[in-house]
Design a protein. Structure first.
Length: 196
């Protein structure tokens, strides 16, 4: 079985994440997509992050109706900050029967050469890339050195211009964000008064 790993803080998870994950599960050779909830990315500050388990709970609620999409908390017990290479090693040890691949946006592919042990990741795992809008539409396509790599698969997923930051700010301003979130997630956020 081939599993696509979609890493993120999911603070909160929104319909954009689900649309991309579902597209990967339905329109690529991935059998499942796992949302890997990141406790703390080396590239992000922790300030506005909800608790790990609250974010995992949102991912659980968002994915409970999808058979091919699952939450994953593997990074909760790994040394921080988490590096993707370490997570992949742990997952491969824990689930030797699965093949793991990464899912990332074109913008991340552009900086992939800065990742810890990126060459080792590419050697052992496929990468499934979804399109992102940029100020210069061709900039990612031109600049990435990995475009022709046999392990990199560009998947023509819908372009989702929705961000968790936008949603958090909208909630803070008292705006209605219900259409941007899976229903179960919206109910949980509302009930817990998150981001207000």
């Amino acid at each position: 079985m081939k599993i696509g790993l979609f890493f993120g803080s999911f603070n909160p998870i929104h319909i954009g994440h689900l649309v991309i994950a579902n597209h990967m599960a339905e329109y690529s050779d991935l059998d499942q997509v796992w949302f890997v909830v990141t406790p703390h990315s080396p590239f992000k500050t922790k300030s506005s992050l909800l608790d790990n388990y609250q974010r995992l709970e949102m991912v659980y609620r968002a994915t409970q109706d999808y058979t091919k999409i699952k939450p994953c908390d593997i990074e909760f017990n790994l040394t921080q900050p988490n590096y993707t290479i370490n997570t992949l090693v742990h997952l491969q040890e824990k689930y030797p029967q699965y093949k793991f691949a990464l899912i990332m946006g074109e913008d991340n592919l552009k900086s992939f050469h800065k990742w810890k042990n990126y060459a080792l990741i590419l050697e052992n795992h496929g990468i499934y890339v979804y399109p992102r809008v940029s100020e210069h539409p061709d900039s990612y396509r031109d600049e990435t050195q990995f475009d022709k790599h046999k392990k990199i698969h560009h998947v023509n997923a819908p372009i989702m211009e929705l961000s968790s930051t936008f949603i958090r700010n909208a909630i803070k301003e008292g705006k209605n964000v219900q259409p941007m979130l899976p229903q179960h997630v919206w109910e949980y956020l509302d009930e817990m008064n998150f981001y207000k």
